[in-house]
Design a protein around this ligand. Sequence first.
Ligand code: A2P
Length: 305
Amino acid sequence: MPVLGLGTWKSKPGEVYDAIIEALKIGYRHIDCAKIYGNEAEIGAAFTAAFEQGIVQRSDLWVTSKLWCNAHEETAVIPALQQTLKDLCLDYLDLYLVHWPVAFTAPLAPKTAEEYISLDELPIIETWKGMEAALNAGLTRTIGVSNFSVLKLRDLVSKAKVKPAINQVELHPYLQQNNLLDYCNTEAITLTAYSPLGTSAAAQKVEGAVLTTLRDNPVLTSIATKHACTTAQVLIQWAIARGTTVIPKSVNPERLKQNFDSINVVLDTEDMMAIAQLDAHFRFVDGTFWTMEGSPYTLANLWDE
Ligand code: A2P
């Protein structure tokens, strides 16, 4: 799995096609997709064009997608993956992830609490059996999960026939997830960092204090100045230096190139120690959207903390 990939969450139809073609020309060989992003058909059209034009061969590309929460029944997994493959114009994925440890019946997101299905009613291991079946059918080369805590990973590892290869979670200097990283290292599970640039979110209020955006954080900007690079490049290289894989999103050609060039930035021990101090246990994607009144999901049982 190439350590640096392109995220496509919030890459809108109408702009994602050009972004994929540009990224592949720059040298990206890892594209992170998901059914719920609503742009897989356009990404598929870009893959088809890129293969036809000889920009890249399928065998040189790593493509990830994710199972949406409305297809957690064991028998629903393969049909959901087949639809994603059809949209992406591919005959196999490199990685398929369970997008959230959350299940429901609504096609996008529940509007009422009754649409949720608790993990007691539909345990993750049932979904995982469907993932293993998809792997055995050759529809994906590897399987994994996303937004999983140590507790949920441990439980899955103890029950699964095939161990999850990857856990994709929000990861950046304000949410360093050291315990999760340690656990994944001991189990040889790769941790992938989503929202590594802090998404497009503005400055946040945390316990009354203002948390600047990551890109405006003075520690990070001074490290960027020291290495004559950008703060985004510091953030991406920080993720790589910690041994995680990282999927910054961009649809802008210059920023795509800049982000790709982060692989050449070298951070020293002093930089890593200074960044370690920035952990604020702060989530931009905090999961409150799954916790409406009456939902079986709470922030406590979602993140297990
Ligand atoms: P854009 O797509 O217009 O480049 P994350 O990966 O954490 O979700 O962050 C994505 C956000 O960061 C998007 O708003 C994206 O906008 C922006 N972005 C991506 N790369 C850079 C960069 N090198 N410098 C500044 N902003 C960036």
